[in-house]
Design a protein around this ligand. Structure first.
Ligand SMILES: [Zn+2]
Length: 72
C-alpha cells in the first residue's frame, strides 16, 4: 500500500520527474507513487485543478486520471 502524503485539501499530486499528475482519490499500483514520494519529486497544484495541471505542462496519468478526463 502506498503511503500518501497527508494533505487532505489536495486531490492532485504532480511528479516533477516525469511531469505526470495523479489523482489521489484513484491511485493505482501502476502510478508508482512510492517512487515519486521517495525521490522527492512530488508537487502540489495551486489551485488544485485540471486547468492548473495543464497550464504547468503536466500530463494526466493514464491510470488514475486518464479515464476521468474524458468524461464531459
Ligand atoms: Zn496515476
Amino acid at each position: 500500500m502506498v503511503r500518501l502524503p497527508q494533505n487532505p485539501d489536495k486531490r492532485y499530486l504532480g511528479a516533477s520527474l516525469d511531469l505526470e499528475a495523479h489523482d489521489l482519490d484513484n491511485i493505482q499500483p501502476q502510478c508508482k507513487l512510492e517512487e515519486v514520494l521517495a525521490t522527492g519529486y512530488a508537487r502540489w497544484f495551486d489551485p488544485d485543478t485540471l486547468e492548473e495541471i495543464e497550464r504547468r505542462a503536466f500530463t494526466l496519468c493514464q491510470w488514475c486520471v486518464g479515464e476521468a478526463s474524458e468524461t464531459a
